[in-house]
Design a protein around this ligand. Sequence first.
Ligand SMILES: [Mn+2]
Length: 318
Amino acid sequence: MIKIDVSLLEAIKNSKNIAIASHIRPDADALGSSVALKLMLEKLGKNADIFCDSEISSNYYFLKHVSSINKPKLSFYDTYISLDCAEDFRLGKYATEFKKCTNSINIDHHITNSNFANINFVRAVSSTGEILYFLLKQLNIDLDTDIASSLYAAIASDTGCFQHDNTTSEVHEIVAHLMKYNINISLANYYLFKRRTMEQIQLQQIALKNLRFYENNKICLIFLRNEDFKQCNIESRDNIGIVDIAINIENIEIGILISEIKSNLYACSLRGRGNFDVSEITKSFGGGGHTNAAGCNIFGTYKTVARKLVKACREIMD
Ligand SMILES: [Mn+2]
């Protein structure tokens, strides 16, 4: 059980109009947590709007209330809550307003979190959704289907459908409780883990043709160029599942996906197996993440970016 700080409980009880923001290129933990928190706050009689400085991938449209994101009803907020963000810049354009707000709250589970708010509540658990589950309990809010479904999506997503090492017995206990509220888990799991658009499959084809191996086939790198995304008529944010191709290959210990965002700017996703802490690598490039899954943006040419990343991987593998 996570004991929520009294200061956080009080700050929420004393708030009225709340802005919730999660990170750019949001995943289901960011979006599910945002939706769950909005519904929780509304049950306490408060008003809440959700912001996210990215377009939302169609993979997440199954989440109820996701359509309310970036459609504010209020123009002034007394409280600003950041969810699932290790650094304030991950809020994108909402970072400025967040920092201006005198009641800023940071709720997150990334070990690399920089405690950038007035109130910081960071616990290294499976997901931000897991923290919100305990927040809900300690605020005495009743669960319902929509909140349970949103929290399920958040937790299932960040545990890789209960396959990663962050899947504790407590995670299963939480989900067992959530499942009492009629969650459509087959629908959620289809959208979260199985469904691929035709465009995404075409991108996978390109990725499979371009696997590069280093360090006696222990590192696998996939590079996707801007024109690959264009050719598949896909936004780079829709590269869901691509990095898993690399890390799921037998004997691969680190999987890398380098996606060209624009000329000389690359989004890099790393996945590690075993004891390698890939967040150490992304941190050294100004990014963040978790032990086994982390990311960063790097400027430079593709060659220099790839060389730097492979070199950094080699160093932690030694
Ligand atoms: Mn998360």
